[in-house]
Structures are given as structure tokens and as C-alpha cells.
Design a binder for this molecule. Sequence first.
Ligand code: FAD
Length: 410
Amino acid sequence: MILGAGMVGITAALELQKRGYSVAVIDRRGPGEETSFGNAGVIQAEAVEPYAIPRDVDVLLNYALGRTNDLVYDWRALLRTAPVLLSYFRNSAPKQHKQASALYSQLVRRSTWDHEPLIEASGQHNLVQKSGYVHAYRSEKAFEQARQRADALAKNYGVGVKIEDGEALRLSEPALRRTLAGGISWTDAWTCTDPGGLTAGYAKLFIRRGGQMVRGDALSLRKTSAGWSVDTEEGVIDAAQAVVALGPWSADLLARLGYRLRMLLKRGYHGHFDSAIALNRPLMDAENGIVLSPMSRGLRIATGAALVDRDSPPVLRQLNHGEKVAADLIELGPRIKEPQWYGHRPCLPDMLPMIGRAPKHDGLWFDLGHGHQGFTLGPTSAVLLADAMEGKSEPLLSALAPAARPSVLL
Ligand SMILES: Cc1cc2nc3c(=O)[nH]c(=O)nc-3n(C[C@H](O)[C@H](O)[C@H](O)COP(=O)(O)OP(=O)(O)OC[C@H]3O[C@@H](n4cnc5c(N)ncnc54)[C@H](O)[C@@H]3O)c2cc1C
């Protein structure tokens, strides 16, 4: 049984099913209705280096003084998560970050390749575009720095990059109202106009192939003599093996099983706008910490990170600022009325997803902590998880295994 029907859980279910296992997915909601619903929709084959905490003093000072839109925080939440943040900060040092990137890049570089057969088999080509993703810069200084970093990523990891100066960017994105300093076009990235829809479509494929999708409460998971049981709307479900893929809620279940998972939740919001002229690709307004993604339900503005308690009420400062600055770039149109969405990137402080056997329980597996790129990494993590469950061993699996991460899983 897989606990959690986000992109990570559904793709794990599909992979195990493909290898001949009988699989049930348990979720309290429908598939792809939480974090996998509301993201920016980019399958980020370019994101070879995981998102580190900046170590530049000026940047940190700007964060502390609330001068940026890409990160806001609540002091009390910050204090409560201090040990996780400290560990994340330490792992963001150049040497540790380089080591993490060497592993992370192996995952993201194959992500589109792992999505492809699922997109094909679920018949969802209409939701996925293969024309890349662009980071746009307003100032020459920021553009120049980004260009240098992009050149390094192209050289070190073979990432596809096209540099567009202000004129070229305006030509490739006629919806832009004015000429910016320039853009970095990440040509390997794929983008999706309905991330929740893609996840739900993968779930339909899983059901069509004989999988079972059931509503139930993962927190009812308990050990039995034969394996694991969970309560669902269709009665008790038993399985020899259970996989925790609960995204931002994973730590809740793990705590009941005697583990302390250090997870940092970075909240993000989105809103949709009925814009008359569409962007051709998702565009990150890098200096304002927002991504503008053309979606089937309108132009989606997705925000950066808010370090707040998971269950605290929404505060729309970043989204409102995002709306203001985006209106300066394109004809936004009116905001589409809908319930306010927000979700949490489930980040582990060593910036790697945790995939593999639970250290203290037989038949229990983890596939969680995908942070900023879970929509990208679901299918790739699924292959690694299934390999681990089948007893394969390789250096990448060992590095991602829960047992190898004593500072993250206590
Ligand atoms: C604003 C924003 C933008 C992002 N943009 C991108 C992007 O462009 N590209 C990218 O790759 N990633 C992006 N991400 C990150 C990505 O969305 C997440 O990493 C990914 O969705 C996590 O998937 P998941 O399956 O682990 O979690 P989820 O999709 O949250 O799935 C977890 C599931 O567990 C279920 N659950 C929880 N508790 C219980 C319980 N007690 N019982 C039963 N079920 C339960 C939930 O209902 C949910 O369905 C973004 C995130 C945010 C917030």
C-alpha cells in the first residue's frame, strides 16, 4: 500500500504495479489535490542543484529585514524550526551543496525521460509542453550573474541553456509589455498546464491497469503480524509492505511510528488571472520571487517561500506583491475567483529526497521530502524506490536511504 496520492505516491504505485505487485493507494482526498495540484507545473530537468539557503550576508540581511518577496517568515515558526534551519544552512555550504548536487543532478537529469512513458500511456500530451522555462531578469547586474551561473551549469552538468537578451526575450514572449535585461531559457525543462490534472491522469492509468485507489486515513497505519493495516472508507486494507509518500504530512505519521523527521515546510501560494495574451512558457520573475505559468485555468502566479506553521491561516503579502509586479510585465487581466490555494514544499535539510527502507520497521518504506521538485521527481523516485524494495543496491540508493541520514531522521 502507498500512503499518499500526490505525484510521488501515484508514480510509486505505477512503478510497483509495472513490476508485477498488487498495489493500493490510500489518501484522504482525491489524487493530486494537494501540493501536486498547486505548483508552478515545471518538470525541472534543469534544476540540477537543489535549492540551498543563500550564504551571502546581504541576501540574508534582506531576508531578515523583510525586503524580499521570495522569502517571508513568521518569527515564532522560525524559532520552532531553528534546528532544521541550522542543519539546512550548514548543508548549504559550498562543499556540502556540491556533494548534494552531484546526487540531485542524477535524479533531475532523467526526470523528463521518466515522465515520458507515463504521459504517453495516460494520453496527456495535451497538458505537457516541451518548449522550456525561462528565468527573466529586470536588472543588468542580476542578468549577468544569472548568465554566469547558467554557463557553469551547462558546462558542469550539460544542462540546455539559451541566453536571450532583452530584445530576444521580448520576441519569444510577445505578451511582455516591456523590454527586460534578459532571460535564461532552460531548454530541457518541460511544463504542464494542469499539474493536478496530470497527477490525476496518472492515477486513472493506475486504476485502469488494475490498481486500487481508496479514501482513508494514513494515520491509522498499524503493524500487524503479516505486515501493515490501515482504515479506509472501504474497510481495513492489509498489505505486506507500506510506503509513506505523504509529502508535507509525512512527519505526522512518522512521529507515531517513533521517528523524528526533520522537515522544513516552505509554503507557497498561487492565484489565477484571466489574461488576454498568454505567455508561451512559464516565466520566473527572478528578482520578485514569483513564477508566472500559463495554465488551463488561467495565468497562475505562484509565490516563493513563507516559513510559517503548516496549519496557520493564509497571509497574502507575497501573492499581492506578485500580482502588482506581474501587472507591470504583462496584461494580467482580472483575478479568477476561487478558494485561496496554498501548499508546502516538503524540504529536508540535506536537500535530498528520502527514498528507501525504514530503519526500525520491516516492510515499511519512505518516498518523501521532495522539496522544490516533487512534481519533477515523482517518476524517478518511483524507480529508485522499487529498486530498493527489490533489494538492488547502488551508490545513489545508499545515499538517499533513510538509514544514511541520521541528522534528518532521528
Ligand atoms: C508554490 C509551489 C510551486 C512549486 N513548483 C514546482 C514546480 O514547478 N516543479 C516541481 O517539480 N515542484 C514544484 N513544487 C514542489 C512540488 O509541488 C512538491 O514537491 C510535490 O507536489 C510533493 O508531492 P508529494 O506527492 O510528495 O506531496 P502531495 O502532493 O502533497 O501529496 C501528499 C498526499 O498525502 C495525502 N495525505 C496527507 N495526510 C494524509 C492522511 N493522514 N491520510 C491520508 N492521506 C493523507 C494528501 O491528501 C496528499 O494527497 C512547488 C511547490 C509549491 C508549494
